[in-house]
Design a protein around this ligand. Structure first.
Ligand SMILES: [Zn+2]
Length: 448
């Protein structure tokens, strides 16, 4: 690992003061940020003889983006059944039962990591099956990942017995805890796929090992209905009553939450992953993000799986967050670009309980960062770099992605992942999936 000096760049630190340097430098020693500031202060630090020096020529540097809700392996299913109503139960679960296996899970995850790194994501939260194999792939890629095996009340592609995800998770957490970049977590799929006893058991595992526990919360209409009918409560009210909401808890989606739910989430220190694109496409509703943030909940950004939101970079989500939330609240002044960039970076780090390590560019923190080029047609003019990233940029403007001081993507080339082989593996796997998908389409048509 060489020491790196980036200079002549616009830098958005996203530190607590949101310090920005119109013409700045950032000096990286090993995996840490050694110094950061305006370019004219660089000469005070010595001659940097032992550094690789990169003249950024006006590019924009910001902290790496953090995707707090993804199912990477579902890449192999991208663009299937986009418009099927009640797709999860009618299409996805049967498809996974027939098609998903260890090899496909890894194939999908490797390709997904290529897209994440090319789109400036440095940390991903992933929940799926065969997570131990996915963890090996994440470790090899150089990315940072918070990974978890899905727990459900039915057999899954990786577990022959209902709740087989629980023993899997116990071993998985023990094996990966302490890894410098791969952090294990616990994932209960949802309250409609887990009973109270097993939700509590998952919560115990997360507490015993002090790791994140994630769950789809207040996302589905039938979830709301089940809670009302069985417990007379909202999903958040029920999870609170059974005692599993705390500062380790990461609630994905949180669409159907009322004012009382938001108070509970805030009081318990729960973190929320907002999935703007996936929520919109599934027509499930608009999460009341402004209300949640006003109560101090650090709402972060996720994409959901590639079968739900189709793209898994965070750049695409940025402008969606602004546009959907402004429209929802009928207020153009809400969600300025700086707030949206905080959601994509430091709030993601808080959600995954790693904000002491990453999420902002500050001396002593890990060097996880992303560099945007500013030469492409959509990137001029730039009066405000934060606005340019949120509303002008697309993921193909990401020029470099760096994790722990290691450049994983530079000038659109992946340096730790072989994109061509990942793509060939993906395309080969699609042939088998297509045949299964056609059978499912026929079955759904017959039952309509
Ligand atoms: Zn999800």
């Amino acid at each position: 690992m060489s020491n790196l000096l980036f200079y002549n760049a616009a830098i958005l630190t996203i530190d607590p003061e949101y310090r920005t340097y119109e013409n700045g430098f950032i000096c990286i020693q090993g995996d840490r940020i050694e110094a950061i500031g305006p370019s004219q202060a660089m000469t005070d630090l010595g001659d940097f003889a032992a550094y690789r020096k990169i003249d950024c020529g006006g590019k924009i540097i910001m902290p790496g983006m953090i995707n707090t809700h993804c199912h990477m392996s579902m890449m192999v299913f991208r663009s299937l059944a986009d418009d099927v109503p009640d797709r999860l139960r009618r299409y996805l679960f049967p498809l996974e039962a027939r098609a998903m296996n260890r090899e496909l899970a890894v194939t999908g995850a490797r390709y997904a990591m290529a897209e994440l790194l090319l789109g400036g994501v440095t940390t991903v939260y992933d929940a799926y099956y065969f997570e131990d194999d996915i963890a090996e792939a994440v470790a090899a890629s150089g990315m940072r990942g918070v990974l978890s095996e899905t727990v459900m009340n039915t057999p899954t592609p990786s577990a022959a017995q209902p709740y087989g995800g629980i023993p899997y998770t116990r071993n998985f957490v023990k094996k990966w805890q302490g890894h410098p970049r791969v952090m294990p977590a616990v994932n209960c799929h949802a309250l409609y796929t887990n009973d109270t006893e097993h939700l509590r058991e998952c919560h115990r595992i997360a507490a015993d090992h002090d790791v994140t526990m994630c769950m789809h919360v207040a996302e589905m209409d039938f979830e709301q209905q089940k809670c009302r009918d069985e417990f007379g409560l909202t999903p958040v009210g029920y999870l609170h009553q059974i005692g599993i909401l705390d500062e380790r808890f990461l609630a994905a989606h949180a669409i159907n939450v009322d004012d009382q739910d938001i108070d509970i989430l805030a009081d318990c220190g729960v973190n929320v992953s907002y999935n703007a694109g996936s929520n919109a496409k599934s027509a499930k509703g608009v999460a009341p993000v402004a209300k949640m943030m006003a109560k101090g909940i650090p709402v972060s950004l996720g994409t959901d799986g590639p079968m739900s939101g189709n793209t898994i970079d965070i750049v695409t989500q940025l402008s969606l967050v602004g546009k959907i939330q402004k429209l929802f609240q009928n207020d153009r002044s809400l969600f300025p670009p700086r707030e949206i960039l905080r959601m994509a970076t430091i709030n993601g780090a808080k959600a995954l309980r790693m904000d002491h390590l990453v999420g902002s560019l500050e001396r002593g923190k890990r060097a996880d960062m992303v560099i945007f080029e500013t030469d492409s047609v959509n990137m001029s003019p730039i009066y405000d770099p934060s606005a340019a990233i949120v509303y002008s940029a697309n993921p193909s403007n990401v020029w470099a992605t760096i994790v722990d001081g290691e450049i994983l993507m530079e000038n659109r080339k992946l340096l730790t992942l072989n994109f061509e082989s990942a793509k060939q593996d993906l395309l080969r796997s699609c042939q088998k999936i297509e045949a299964i998908a056609k059978t499912l389409d026929r079955e759904i048509a017959t039952h309509n």
